[in-house]
Write a protein that binds this ligand. Sequence first.
Ligand SMILES: *Cc1c(COP(=O)(O)O)cnc(C)c1O
Length: 429
Amino acid sequence: MDTTEFRKRGKEMVDYIADYFEQLEERQVFPDVEPGYLRPLIPDSAPQEPESFEDVLKDVERIIMPGVTHWHSPYFFAYFPTASSFPALLADVLSGGIGCIGFSWAASPACTELETVMLDWLGKMINLPEEFLAGKDGEGGGVIQGSASEATLVTLLAARTKTIRCVQSENPELTEADIMSKLVAYASDQFCATLGTTPCCSFDRLLELGPICNKENIWMHIDAAYAGSAFICPEFRHLLNGVEFADSFNFNPHKWLLVNFDCSAMWVKKRSDLTNAFKLDPVYLQHCHQESGLVTDYRHWQIPLGRRFRSLKMWFVFRMYGVKGLQEYIRKHVKLSREFEKLVLQDKRFEICAEVTLGLVCFRLKGSNELNEALLKSINEARKIHLVPCHLREKFVLRFAICSRTVESVHIQFAWKHISELATELLKA
Ligand SMILES: *Cc1c(COP(=O)(O)O)cnc(C)c1O
């Protein structure tokens, strides 16, 4: 494919994606296929001779689409949202076009510098304490990780190194292995301090945990993967109170802030805690610049060496929605979850199982777990909407998460009517 054909095919691909979004509501949200469906549909090995773009694109509709779960369908209410917006999609194309690997400042200065500034922008949007921002001469700063899980692992490793060095400085006779064998990580069944837990979007009490961690010299990491995006709205910002006690914090704009996967934003108060843990400097990665306040080498802030130009997605989205547009988006989703909650509460057969704070409603039929398992099965087998369950204490609970960018009140009303009709059938049986 040369640039002439790329121009043509690129436009066709944009049309294909635009059609996909325009007709998404008509596609069945969850596929009918069985495990192993795909292998018989494609050859056993890669073709020896090149094939045409038309042939490939035809097979997308024939082979891929029948096996896609449509996460952006307005009938998708499972898991948590995954972000999707046109500005982010276009920025991702540009990122692919530039195709740089921004592991050091010199490896692509714009890639590093835009990321640092975007994490400052985002930090200000959620009113993070100054200490987490890089600014011109701050000791903190932000970085994009691929996922919240990576952010948690990175901070755990940094905390370990920091503690080992601290103990070693007071007890030089101890080896790293001696110290390592005595380290303890405190966690709940959700792992670290969490704002917006995955099962039911509950919130740890940072104002109680934080002072204890600070007093005992324990690194506190806070994961707000889903809920963090809501903190751009002043009315939800109080949920982040206590972050000032933390050493590190992350949330996923790729969940609820319209920045397509992957983009997990992570901040630390002391960036030297990360670089001390991860710094490796073989000569081929060294550059004539001394590492100073102005030169950030993000390879020291993460597990991999390579990294994509992901901050373009944030830049496009923040500028083209504006903070106001993003706030409206969050508020619309919260309003829709309240609408669903109200419908559940009006039906005496059902109960709400956890406080509805943001865009997730946990609910169930009053009755046994088996009854609720049967209800979920009938919902997902009907394929009109898609939900997943969770366990809260011993109870089997259905999760209804507001997910799609295009979901509206009509879809909520449809989903509830559908669920309540299936419940009626089930209770008759
Ligand atoms: C979704 C979620 C995660 C996992 O996020 P990844 O970015 O996929 O690793 C972690 N923690 C919480 C609280 C979540 O809701």
